[in-house]
Design a protein around this ligand. Structure first.
Ligand code: DAH
Length: 345
């Protein structure tokens, strides 16, 4: 092969060279430009070339050396990023980039966990309207006409005082379910509720509740307690316990406030439980016979229990969010912290 032919062959080789790894790049350099490399060898042979050919061949040889060097630089750069001319389609063995997908809102996550917990023991889910009439929000639930909860200060009225309002609690759904179906009834009603409160770290004019209702023949207070104990242990772990304190609600008799042993300090006392070892988690009681009657259920035949809890409150105990307003600001730095929980329940 003449020197010209060898130069042409090497030009082609340089042009099509490929290298994926740093080792392959180095092998290319040694094969072409190393002490015993092909290009270097051509320079040796060039010494024998007749002087009238030297000028033209010398130029081509120098060009070959330059393009081998440029190719080497190019391969070096590409192998670092994992892509070479031959791999332009991308490296199929590289781990996939993780897209920052959105996540469920913490209130949605907690509401879903509450629903799942009761669904497991046979509770269905029911819903009612957020704009509610006086009958469902108050009267059927035994609120006397002058009860302070009906006051303009608490309730957002729609179309003037009296007729329609944004519901102040999800107990209104109890009434709708009892009016619309026959016992046995075992249902929970998650939803938004509204109260005319000044917004602060501890109060908001809109929040979420989950209402529970069980009506059948012979439903007892012991079953209520067992159900709520199961709920607390499922949500917060087997070590928590509950206690009930006598309380008053117009729609239950007897009524109780439910406390749970503080899931944060284990009951020994901390700032969350105000050093009492207990945190309040919900209200409950036996459905007042007058409420059953109002909803066309015979209290001589049936009895029931009901309970109502705030979703933000449960979320706060699970996540220790210090300020309620964080839930509504939609700051992604806050929301991102719950992304793993969305897939847990
Ligand atoms: N409706 C009550 C509230 O908003 C919560 C509640 C208490 C619901 C006792 C109930 C219950 O069903 O039995 O504060």
């Amino acid at each position: 092969m003449s020197l010209t032919e060898r130069i042409a062959a090497l030009e082609e080789e340089v042009r099509t060279a490929a290298a994926r790894t740093a080792d392959e790049v180095e092998r290319f350099r040694v094969a072409m430009l190393g002490r015993n490399g092909s290009v270097t060898a051509l320079f040796e042979d060039f010494k024998q070339v007749a002087s009238d050919e030297k000028r033209a061949l010398g130029q081509r040889l120098n060009q070959l050396k330059q393009s081998a060097q440029a190719r080497w630089e190019e391969l070096k750069e590409n192998s670092g990023t994992g892509s070479t001319a031959a791999m332009d389609a991308g490296d199929p063995t590289r781990p996939a980039a993780i897209d920052a997908a959105g996540s469920l809102h913490p209130i949605t996550v907690v509401r879903q966990r509450i629903v799942d917990t009761f669904a497991r023991i046979g509770f269905t889910v029911s819903q009612g309207p957020e704009v509610e009439d006086d009958h469902h929000n108050f009267s059927a639930l035994n609120f006397p006409p002058d009860h302070p909860a009906r006051d303009m200060q608490d309730t957002f009225f729609v179309q003037g005082e009296g007729q329609f309002a944004l519901r102040t609690h999800t107990s209104s759904v109890q009434v709708r379910v009892m009016e619309g179906s026959k016992p046995p009834i075992r249902t929970i009603s998650p939803g938004r509720v509204y109260r005319n409160e000044a917004i602060s770290a501890r109060a908001h004019c809109m929040f979420h509740q989950v209402e529970g209702l069980y009506v059948d023949k012979g439903v007892s207070f012991a079953e209520l307690k067992g159900t709520l104990d199961y709920f607390a242990k499922t949500m917060f772990g087997p070590d928590v316990s509950i206690r009930m304190r006598p309380s008053y609600f117009p729609f239950t008799e007897p009524s109780a406030e439910v406390d749970m042993s503080c899931s944060i300090c284990g009951g020994s006392g901390c700032t969350v439980c105000k050093h009492s070892g207990w945190v309040e988690i919900m209200g409950c009681g036996m459905v007042d016979p007058a409420v059953l009657s109002n909803c066309t259920i015979d209290p001589e035949v049936y009895s029931g229990f009901a309970f109502g809890m705030g979703v933000e409150r449960i979320a706060q105990l699970l996540y220790r969010v210090p300020d309620l307003r964080l839930y509504w600001e939609n700051d992604v730095r806050f929301l991102e912290q719950f992304s793993a929980d969305a897939f847990r329940s």
